[in-house]
Design a protein around this ligand. Structure first.
Ligand code: SIN
Ligand code: MN
Length: 259
């Protein structure tokens, strides 16, 4: 459960880091499941530009019972319910591999623009729960945030690539990434903060918060599991993305104590 001061931090800065959400044993189980999923040929699996290294897998809660349970894991689900003020379901789940020495960057962006324009979501009544499956340090490509940028609402950015299809929502050449002209004055005013911490930590962040991450130049993987919770009162009204990017089942989730 989020404390009032953690909730306040989330509201003020657009994110909050919660340590110790998964025990080392739970983190190890999820990490092993992730390595197994990385080997599976699935349409939601995306490779880095080298065509070999796994960049990410999508729709994990739809193919793995462990991930489906994790989406209902009490400390994660109740935090999302608290932030969104009621019942929720997972709109999207993914694991970004950010492999040692190989993991490529994520350009600066806001998530909500994808869900609004591509999935027809009406309101940003969404939150991201990102679970650290490895220790995250300044060296292995941590999530970087412009604190407070969620208050800017959605910055109007043109699509970069014409129509690149859903693959351009997951690649290092990201559609709807923010330009240097937009970012420079914002970064100067708001600063940049890195979300670091030991494996098992969770960072919750607002769908309008401007974020990105650099390449992983370290010898340590930075495996990040992201669960995007949406309020059951905010179902998307359109869109044509595959189910592994936009969950069609909006049934409210119930909490599970055991992973
Ligand atoms: C994201 O923007 O959804 C994730 C970026 C990252 O994995 O660093
Ligand atoms: Mn994002």
């Amino acid at each position: 459960m989020l404390s009032p001061s953690q909730l306040k931090t989330y509201e003020t800065t657009g994110y909050v880091i919660v340590p110790g959400v998964l025990s080392p044993t739970e983190t190890g189980r999820v990490r092993r499941e992730v390595e197994h999923l990385f080997t599976q040929d699935h349409p939601g699996r995306v490779l880095e530009k080298d065509g070999r290294t796994v960049r990410g897998i999508h729709g994990c809660h739809q193919v793995s019972p462990l991930f489906a349970r994790l989406a209902r894991h009490t400390p994660v689900l109740t935090a999302a319910e608290r932030i969104l003020g009621g019942q929720v379901y997972v709109h999207q789940s993914k694991v970004n591999a950010k492999r040692a020495f190989q993991g490529d960057l994520w350009p600066w962006h806001q998530d909500y623009v994808f869900w609004e324009r591509e999935d027809g979501m009406r309101e940003p009544r969404v939150t991201n729960a990102a679970l650290f499956l490895d220790d995250v340090t300044p060296y292995n490509g941590p999530l970087l945030f412009l604190p407070g940028s969620h208050r800017l609402d959605v910055v109007d950015v043109p699509r970069r690539d014409g129509d690149g299809g859903w693959e351009s929502h997951l690649s290092a050449d990201l559609a709807y990434s923010l330009t240097a002209e937009l970012l420079a004055p914002l970064a100067e005013r708001l600063g940049i903060e890195a979300a670091t911490g030991p494996a098992g930590s969770m960072v919750l962040f607002d769908p309008r918060l401007i974020h990105g991450s650099g390449t992983n130049m370290s010898p340590v993987d930075r495996t990040l599991l992201l669960l995007t919770y949406n309020s059951v009162h905010n179902p998307p009204t359109g869109g044509s993305r595959p189910a592994f990017l936009a969950e069609p089942d909006h049934t409210p989730l119930t909490a599970l104590d055991e992973l």
